[in-house]
Design a protein around this ligand. Structure first.
Ligand code: 5GP
Ligand code: ZN
Length: 125
């Protein structure tokens, strides 16, 4: 009999997921903060002078898969704390969550982009 799949219902998760691999220390990343549930590290392809990704350590494929409102609140509060730590909160910054194909999500592990250090344009492309 096939083993039950321990991974979430969408997104690669576990072994294959890039951000899970960063959390496990299998792929290097420039960590800027973490706590038992969350991690923040610099984006390898920064779109602004400061570009940080804030993630839950537990695999959640996307905002559409995020059922834990407590975790979502923690993620947002952590993103704000990281922005203060990076000294972009006074000048301002943008937080972005891309979800699914049309949202432009390329990594299937929930993440908040924290972008700052320059003025952002609106509307987004
Ligand atoms: P998305 O397009 O899913 O909203 O954002 C994914 C982000 O992850 C992109 O900005 C991309 O540059 C970043 N990224 C992809 N692979 C890696 C990686 O291995 N390490 C880090 N630090 N960032 C990554
Ligand atoms: Zn993952």
């Amino acid at each position: 009999m096939a083993k039950p799949n321990p991974l979430p219902r969408s997104g690669p998760g576990g072994e294959a997921c890039i951000f899970c691999r960063i959390v496990r220390g299998e792929i290097p990343a420039q960590m800027v903060g973490h706590n038992p549930d969350l991690a923040a590290f610099r984006d390898t392809n920064p779109q602004a002078p400061t570009h940080i990704l804030v993630i839950p350590k537990k695999h959640v494929a996307s905002l559409d898969d995020a059922m834990d409102s407590g975790l979502l609140g923690q993620l947002l509060a952590f993103a704000a704390a990281i922005a203060r730590q990076e000294k972009i909160s006074k000048s301002g910054y943008r937080t972005v969550i891309n979800t699914g194909k049309d949202g432009g999500q390329s990594v299937g592990h929930l993440h908040i982009h924290v972008l700052g250090g320059r003025a952002m344009a609106w509307p987004p492309g």
